[in-house]
Design a protein around this ligand. Structure first.
Ligand code: NAD
Ligand code: LMR
Length: 418
């Protein structure tokens, strides 16, 4: 059934920023609600991670939804913009993006699959793993949301999984146990990421690639080298997923300062391990002041939050549910960017020129072609504490990046000499 909706989208916020949304449980966003209107912020960026602003008259079809056909859901669909033949002033959004999850049967992969299955923007969800993915796909396929779920098991089915895909998310690999660092995962996960990204290069080189597998500070440089070796590297489309650091920072700051979660946005820059995770608390929106003790305590908690979960799980893995939530937010933002939403911002670990390091997590503006611009202003006017922390993280981050690059190049040399 075709629903017609003419709506002026004043301001939309992603579900992923909302804590107080019991009545507005949509995967994507909630629009035009009193109290949710986002005013332009004072650093030239009009919206932040997960926020969107657009203004358009839309009409769209929606077959079914787990939420039913309520106005909130309909108004929340971030459209894929296709000009209508008959009318230049209307746009017709469709659930038309294909998303692949590699490592889909795992702790992150399963809840991430569910969240992506809930997106009205997704037409096909491709689930790949080396084992146990059939059951996950059968289970998810019963949810009455638009995305068709397809399963792919083992390397022989990987190419078919990837063909025609718009976004590839990679959470494949082993997680930490108590006492381990993320770098301790390198020996296993480096090879996994390398082989999966080779397949991405061969089958969907234009896709957005989201790397979750740790150590992100090394696996993203590995992916970049593999894509270069294959001659298809586009630095604007390769992302290390650091959204969980932002999600945590927002949560912890809101708790500490007694703020409404929906209002809080903390940029987190650097990398994704220990001291390389640098929350820029001085850039928190809304503007809020912290004592030196609060800054120290919050920064340490955000940096150690992954370890906090690893220890609480006591050997059963690392963050999976909050990670799936964060990864789904990043997927959602990417799809909105692909759909032409002009106002999508996320922090992510990318090839970078904002410091002397070749990769660095920054807040970026996402567009149809990936990273459109980097919000380098985040690194201007930082506090002395943040400036020192930035200098302190560089050696470790540089080492992790170089380790990834060296691994990929060594593998290539070894392959060439066979
Ligand atoms: P998990 O062990 O529960 O799941 C991993 C899945 O990957 C398994 O289903 C496994 O079969 C699959 N897998 C292994 N090798 C594969 C291959 N070659 N191809 C396809 N699938 C393969 O682990 P998890 O808890 O889901 O964590 C996965 C990774 O994500 C870990 O490396 C973890 O450290 C990382 N992680 C990153 C963040 C982040 O913020 N970026 C947060 C949490 C976890
Ligand atoms: C996290 O931040 O939770 C992940 O990187 C997993 C981990 O090992 O801490």
């Amino acid at each position: 059934m075709l629903y017609q909706l003419s709506a002026v989208y004043k301001s939309n916020r992603s579900l992923f920023l909302q804590s107080d949304m019991a009545s507005t449980v949509t995967f994507t966003s909630v629009s035009a609600q009193a109290g949710l209107i986002q005013k332009p912020r004072n650093n030239g960026v009009t919206s932040y991670s997960g926020l969107k602003t657009s203004s358009s008259s839309v009409s769209f079809g929606l077959e079914s939804s787990f939420l039913g056909r309520n106005a909130s859901l309909r108004a929340s669909v971030a459209p894929r913009i296709v000009p209508k033949a008959a009318s230049g002033s209307q746009i017709s959004p469709q659930a038309s993006y294909k998303v692949a999850v590699l490592g889909a049967a795992g702790g992150i992969g399963q809840p991430l699959g569910l969240l992506i299955k809930m997106s009205p923007l997704v037409s096909e969800l491709h689930l790949y793993d080396i084992a146990n993915v059939k059951g996950v796909a059968a289970d998810l396929s019963h949810c009455n949301t638009p995305a068709q779920v397809l399963d792919f098991t083992g390397p022989s089915e990987l190419a078919n999984c990837l063909k025609g895909v718009d976004v590839v998310v990679i959470p494949a690999g082993v997680p930490r146990k108590p006492g381990m660092t993320r770098d301790d995962l390198f020996n296993i996960n480096a090879s996994i990421v390398k082989s999966l990204v080779e397949a991405v290069a061969d089958n969907c080189p234009d896709a957005f690639i989201h790397i979750i597998s740790n150590p992100v500070n090394s696996t993203v440089p590995i992916a970049a080298e593999v894509l270069k070796q294959k001659g298809v590297y586009n630095p604007k489309k390769l992302f290390g997923v650091t959204t969980l650091d932002v999600v945590r920072a927002n949560t912890f700051v809101a708790q500490k300062k007694n703020l409404k979660l929906i209002d809080v946005d903390v940029p987190v820059v650097g990398g994704h391990a220990g001291i390389t995770i640098l929350p820029l608390l001085s850039k928190t929106r809304p503007s809020v002041t912290f004592t030196d003790e609060e800054t120290e305590e919050l920064t340490k908690r955000i940096q150690n939050a992954g370890t906090e979960v690893v220890e609480a799980k006591a050997g059963a893995g690392s963050a999976t549910l909050s990670m799936a939530y964060a990864a789904a937010r990043f997927v959602e933002s990417s799809l909105r960017a692909l759909a032409g939403d002009p106002d999508v911002y996320e922090c992510t670990f990318i090839q970078s020129e904002v410091t002397d390091l070749p990769f660095f997590a920054s807040r970026v503006k996402l567009g149809k072609n990936g990273v459109e611009s980097v919000v380098s202003a985040d690194l201007e006017g930082v506090t002395e504490y943040e400036a020192k922390a930035l200098e302190a993280l560089k050696a470790e981050l540089k080492g992790s990046i170089e380790k990834g690059i060296a691994f990929a190049n060594k593998q290539q040399e070894a392959a060439a000499s066979v």
